[in-house]
Design a binder for this molecule. Structure first.
Ligand code: SF4
Length: 425
């Protein structure tokens, strides 16, 4: 009889790419070339308001954003950029800043050299750097600034602002085919041609290939998958991945996670951004949390301790179980800016919060530390498992606070404190 083979692990594929480096001071963020996938985000403050923008950048960086993009749309915004950088440096936040340029980037980067130097990377949208003979000249001015100040760039194509001349010429070409293609594949080709063509043009102007990242953002999940699969096949530039205009809340989260999950599993994507529209009053950091969770759930990165929780069912009729899960999750996240420095490796911790005896003890034993709460009709006692062994039983009103303390003690004991931790929360 033939020996059964073990089931293959679902490991993500690997796409070979160049390695781009985005630098500020001694902070080097590697993108591509086998580096871990980088989380980035973008502010939604008015860049002219330097203090407000610096504070939001800080908030995003502390939430885990490893690069932060800010819009640079006016001379006043360009003037504010060096002040934003200065404020961040004073606060000890060395996250690299990316300038987002459209329409007038060639002028801003030329006329405001302090802005050009304070940024670590420029995002250039080839669809709106000018039309006709102005296009190459203005594009060239931005490349000149990147070369001069030794900055990385992203050629960021977006189908909402695709180069209309290029699209029109590709549509014409298509109409001359014996059997013309549908409009969608022509659009896909135009997006990819705009990105790769602009990267080649930048190289011909002196930009090192290894400092160029590409993106081709669209808002449909299947469109994004189709475009990036092909883009990934046709070039070896590192790829910035994101679903543009993903939307709000659940819709935006699910659409981004679905699209990015499929592509990342195929090895496509070296840095990601989740373009979520925040609900009024909602923190901008939510997009960073989601991007980090996508990478963590695929096993590509580990940012925060994971909390395994059952969904609850008819056996969990009180709200204690939901409250404890929420409380532990919030507590672990809130501590991370400090713990990340104080307890190296703490992000690998696995906590389980389970609703009853059915799967509670089993799942808790698989975690580093787990609690199995009493379901409806069970004795009001919650066994706690540490490293697979039942160590204690919590009872009474304060189970949540007591469990939080048990988790804290476990972390302090297991993860050796770094000697002189420079903590900037
Ligand atoms: S562990 Fe218990 S409470 Fe949780 S889903 Fe399973 S049966 Fe329901």
């Amino acid at each position: 009889m033939q020996e059964p083979k073990p089931i293959e692990l679902a490991l993500p594929r690997v796409r070979e790419s160049l390695r781009s480096e985005v630098v500020w001071g001694s902070r080097v963020v590697a993108v591509g070339g086998g580096a871990p996938v980088v989380v980035q985000s973008m502010t939604n403050t008015d860049t002219e308001q330097a203090v407000e923008t610096a504070l939001q950048v800080k908030e995003l960086a502390l939430a885990g954003s490893e690069m932060v993009r800010i819009t640079v749309n006016t001379p006043e915004a360009a003037k504010a950029v060096p002040y934003i950088r200065e404020q961040l440096d004073r606060m000890g936040i060395d996250v690299p800043l990316i300038g987002d340029f459209h329409f007038n980037g060639h002028r801003l980067l030329t006329e405001f050299p302090d802005c050009a130097q304070a940024l670590s990377k420029y995002r250039i949208n080839p669809g709106n750097v000018g039309k006709g003979d102005k296009h190459d000249r203005q594009f060239g001015q931005m490349i000149e600034a990147a070369v001069r100040w030794n900055k990385a760039i992203r050629i960021g194509v977006n189908w909402g602002s695709l180069d209309q001349e290029l699209l029109a010429s590709m549509m014409d070409e298509n109409s001359r085919r014996a059997v013309p293609w549908d409009a969608k594949p022509v659009m896909y080709e135009a997006l990819i041609a705009s990105a790769i063509g602009s990267a080649k043009l930048a190289e011909s102007m002196g930009m090192p290939a290894r400092q160029i990242a590409l993106s081709c953002k669209v808002s449909g999940v299947r469109d994004l998958i189709a475009v990036y699969r092909e883009l990934g096949r046709r070039c070896n530039y590192p790829l910035h991945l994101g679903l543009t205009e993903a939307g709000m809340g659940t819709k935006g989260t699910v659409a981004s996670s679905t699209a990015l999950g499929v592509l990342l599993q195929e090895g496509i994507g070296d840095t990601i951004r989740v373009s979520l529209t925040p609900a009024p009053g909602e923190s901008r950091t939510q997009e960073v949390v989601i991007a980090s969770e996508i990478l963590q759930s695929l096993g590509l990165r580990t940012f925060v301790p994971s909390v395994t929780a059952c969904p609850g069912c008819g056996r969990t009729t009180s709200t204690t179980f939901q409250e404890l899960t929420q409380q532990i999750d919030d507590f672990l996240r809130a501590q991370m800016p400090v713990w990340r420095v104080r307890y190296p490796g703490v992000e690998h911790l696995k906590v389980a919060v389970m609703g009853c005896i059915v799967n509670g003890p089993g799942e808790s034993k698989h975690a580093d530390i787990g609690i199995s709460l009493p379901g409806t009709g069970e004795a009001p006692a919650a066994p706690v498992f540490i490293d697979g062994e039942k160590r204690m039983t919590l009872r009474g009103e304060n189970i949540a606070t007591d469990f939080q303390k048990v988790v804290e003690d476990y972390i302090a004991q297991r993860f050796t404190a770094a000697p002189s931790a420079a903590i900037s929360a």
